[in-house]
Design a protein around this ligand. Structure first.
Ligand code: ATP
Length: 351
């Protein structure tokens, strides 16, 4: 069993709190993603698990052992970094073999294990080369092979795809997902890319200012966001957040538009959340409300309409065949099954 358990974990530097009294239970064989904007404490959390950073307070457990006082090399974790950390003077074979050699694995065992790891990441053709003779994606695979070659209890991955170009990142993401399902090793993965988090994770911990805002499956954090931060962070384009009030069971925008029925008691201030995909686009006069297009974008697979909605702008997703121009008027209607309401003061979800 290789669960990772954080109990009331805190990291402070002077007055600054990087990670604030966080508890987290990563299940055995789970792929858990720490997701959040730059500076939210993801890397610090992971470095504490790895033993590269000492916690100010709290406990870290790997399996049934409290590892706070264990050196990194004694924690049986393998790390994959953004910059790969390969040794330039060694061949790919030697790079992958390195963790086995430093642990004194029997010499005869090394070549078949390197070969097996190289097969898993499709690198066998490159074993004799040096890292500089490989592409970015291939180097990333060497870093993965070096992590999997010794079957650690836990993988720790810090933005491993972020140095790859956009296209390769998508390919490597699928490879990583495939590999992780095959290996079934407990993994903690750090990223600020929500698509990466959604696609790879069994569960995602969304962080802000050193605090986990929500821990849930990709479905839960997308469809059932706990608060305004998670709602605005997950999803592309970001969820539309419209300021207004609730009057007589209707959401009224600050501009005075009576927009949509909401199942909430009256409130002087509320924020309505609606995703671009939950706003249908119609011809003018045929939706709930007519709006003017501020910008029309064709992405190929769909169209995005930024429309002026009273004093605010919101984004609706249209059919990929839709063709409109800036300043055209269209009708919009909202899918009332997928509306969210937030309290602007506490930022908590009301419904
Ligand atoms: P990024 O995605 O940019 O790497 P992150 O979420 O991984 O961000 P961390 O690297 O964990 O963020 O940093 C969290 C906060 O702690 C940041 O505000 C950072 O400036 C601060 N921090 C990190 N290391 C130190 C340090 N050694 N001394 C002081 N502050 C630090």
């Amino acid at each position: 069993m290789a669960e990772v358990i954080l109990k009331d974990l805190t990291k402070r530097w002077g007055d600054f709190v990087g990670v604030d009294n966080q508890s987290l239970h990563v299940r055995d064989e789970e792929f858990l993603v720490l997701l959040g904007p730059s500076g939210c404490g993801k890397t610090t959390t992971m470095r504490m698990i790895a033993g590269l950073e000492d916690p100010t307070d709290g406990e870290i457990w790997i399996g049934d052992r409290m590892v706070n006082d264990d050196l990194p090399k004694d924690r049986d974790v393998a790390m994959v970094f953004q910059n790969y950390g390969l040794y330039p003077h060694m061949t790919i074979f030697e790079n992958i073999a390195y963790p086995l050699r430093v642990r004194g694995v029997d010499k005869a065992e090394i070549p078949p294990r390197v070969q097996r790891a190289a097969e898993q990441v499709e690198l066998t053709k490159f074993l004799h080369r040096k890292p500089k003779a490989l592409s970015g994606g291939q180097r990333q695979r060497v870093a993965l092979a070096r992590a999997i070659v010794r079957k650690p209890k836990v993988f720790l991955m810090d933005e491993p795809l972020s140095n790859l170009d956009a296209k390769l990142r998508v390919t490597m993401r699928a490879e990583l997902k495939h590999l992780s399902r095959e290996l079934q090793i407990t993994t903690v993965y750090v990223t600020h890319d929500q698509i990466e988090a959604m696609t790879l994770a069994d569960r995602v911990a969304v962080m802000k200012h050193g605090v986990i805002q929500q821990l849930g499956t990709p479905d839960e954090i997308y469809n059932d966001p706990a608060n305004l931060f998670v709602a605005g962070f997950i999803g592309s384009p970001a969820m539309n957040l419209i300021n207004g009030s609730v009057e007589d069971g209707m959401f009224v925008t600050t501009g005075g538009t009576r927009l949509v029925k909401v199942p909430s008691p009256d409130r002087a201030r509320a924020i309505l959340g609606v995703r671009a995909d939950d706003m249908q686009v119609h011809e003018a006069g045929q939706g709930d409300i007519d709006v003017t297009i501020y910008a029309f974008e064709n992405t190929g697979e769909s169209t995005l309409l930024t429309v002026q909605w009273g004093k605010q702008r919101v984004i609706a997703r249209g059919d990929r065949h839709l063709r409109k121009e800036q300043d055209d008027v269209v009708g919009i209607s909202l899918n009332t099954d997928h509306l969210y309401l937030f309290d602007p003061d506490t930022e908590e979800r009301i419904r």
